[in-house]
Design a protein around this ligand. Sequence first.
Ligand SMILES: Cc1cc2nc3c(=O)[nH]c(=O)nc-3n(C[C@H](O)[C@H](O)[C@H](O)COP(=O)(O)O)c2cc1C
Length: 179
Amino acid sequence: MPGILAISGSPSPTSRTARVLAHLADRLADAGEHEVTTIGVRDLPAEALISADVHHPAITAVAGAVAAADGIIIATPVYKAAYSGVLKALLDLLPQYALAGKTVLPLATGGTVAHVLAIDYALRPVLTSMGAAHVVPGYFLLDSLIGTAPDGGLALADTAQAGLDTVVAGFLAGLPVTV
Ligand SMILES: Cc1cc2nc3c(=O)[nH]c(=O)nc-3n(C[C@H](O)[C@H](O)[C@H](O)COP(=O)(O)O)c2cc1C
């Protein structure tokens, strides 16, 4: 079964990005066709991230999960017109070509459509430099479209859900064929 690793790059304890990613991961896992694993950068040891401790067990575990995955979803909040610093701190600790052979779906949440292109001018070049086989078209979600349902679950505006569905379909179609 192809493996998908979903990485949230938000440092927030109430992260919209992480909630959207968890929603997506649940849907993919429920479909039963992929083995889905989720990692939150904010759950990694800060000391290892800021001291570039590539040998920390938590960091080597992430590197192992990346190596084992066929497809990787990387979701980040837009911070200062780019991706989050903690996401970069993690990516910096991975091997230069950690994404070689992987299909990667970049996602971002942000407060203004003025920064809708942050995925393409900021995140995509980094992912490409790490050897990703395919960085498929990504998706930017306005934070105002991400809400909470009465049952406490995620409530996404229909347009946002439809946009996500489209890019996820492209991502799944672009996954390497596994036997
Ligand atoms: C420090 C900081 C910087 C931000 N900078 C931007 C920005 O430059 N452009 C933008 O569209 N949104 C910006 N935002 C808004 C966030 O991207 C947006 O609210 C996002 O959904 C937060 O995701 P999170 O809840 O997963 O952390 C910023 C938010 C913070 C806290």
